[in-house]
Design a protein around this ligand. Structure first.
Ligand SMILES: C[S@@+](CC[C@H](N)C(=O)[O-])C[C@H]1O[C@@H](n2cnc3c(N)ncnc32)[C@H](O)[C@@H]1O
Length: 226
């Protein structure tokens, strides 16, 4: 019995090592799988975008989409979703009468998916999804804008919107508010919350005034320095 003890201990040690090795292999394997998904499905198109401007795909919730549309419904002019993902906001906007409705998205898989959804909904020729870098899109003719982007890029986005959007344009930001603009309306709670902003005068965005279809925000000033 005693003679077996070193042998048993050795076997146990080997088994433990094997267990640890298997765990390590599993960890490396799932890390590689996650990297492959990221590189093949999420990363395409983003190689030329600086890391600090890269925003991952997260689809808007159903309520979030409803709130965006409540704040845009009935408004005339072009509607754009910057970073349109699988196209759900653009498709819903088209369905509620916003024309034309256009989505700009850098990830080609998501552009393809958005087109597939539009085709399945019978709107293939009516909505438009373009594979473009949102930072390079000119928004001069855009009167209704939806964004759902990471908080880290919103200060830069404010500058772009301020420089390009026409007077009377409305911006609806999902989940995260624009950092310095004053909203004219807020809808929803938590992750479903959206904020609306109106561009009031002189082509300068960020000057808020209550729009015709928005519930004004208690305590929000009517305008701010732009
Ligand atoms: C949080 S998701 C929102 C998707 C969609 N708007 C929605 O609400 O369901 C942000 C999207 O922006 C896209 N995106 C990020 N940076 C972009 C860029 N520079 N140009 C175009 N699209 C971009 C991402 O690929 C992602 O699909």
């Amino acid at each position: 019995m005693e003679q077996d003890e070193p042998g048993e201990a050795l076997t146990e040690l080997r088994e433990r090592r094997l267990g640890a090795l298997e765990l390590l292999q599993a960890a490396v394997g799932s890390g590689l799988a996650a990297y492959a998904v990221w590189a093949l499905l999420l990363q395409p198109g983003f190689r030329r975008v600086p890391l600090r401007l890269q925003v991952p795909y997260v689809g808007a919730s159903e309520r979030q989409v409803d709130h965006v549309l409540s704040l845009l419904r009935g408004r005339p002019g072009k509607m754009v979703d910057l970073g349109s993902g699988d196209g759900r906001i653009v498709l819903a906007a088209h369905r509620c009468g916003l024309r034309p409705a256009v989505g700009y998205e850098l990830n080609p898989w998501l552009v393809g998916l958005a087109r597939l959804h539009a085709w399945r909904a019978g709107c293939a020729g009516s909505v438009c999804y373009r594979r473009e870098d949102l930072w390079k899109v000119n928004l001069r003719d855009c009167h209704n804008l939806s964004v759902f982007l990471a908080p880290s890029v919103l200060p830069l986005l404010e500058d772009k919107l301020q420089a390009e959007l026409p007077q009377g344009a409305r911006v609806v930001s999902g989940r995260y508010p624009l950092p310095t603009w004053q909203p004219v309306a807020v809808m929803g709670e938590g992750v479903d919350r959206v904020w609306a902003y109106d561009v009031r005068s002189g082509g300068l965005a960020g000057q808020a005034s209550p729009g015709p279809s928005s519930a004004s925000v208690p305590g929000a000033p009517n305008s701010q320095g732009g």
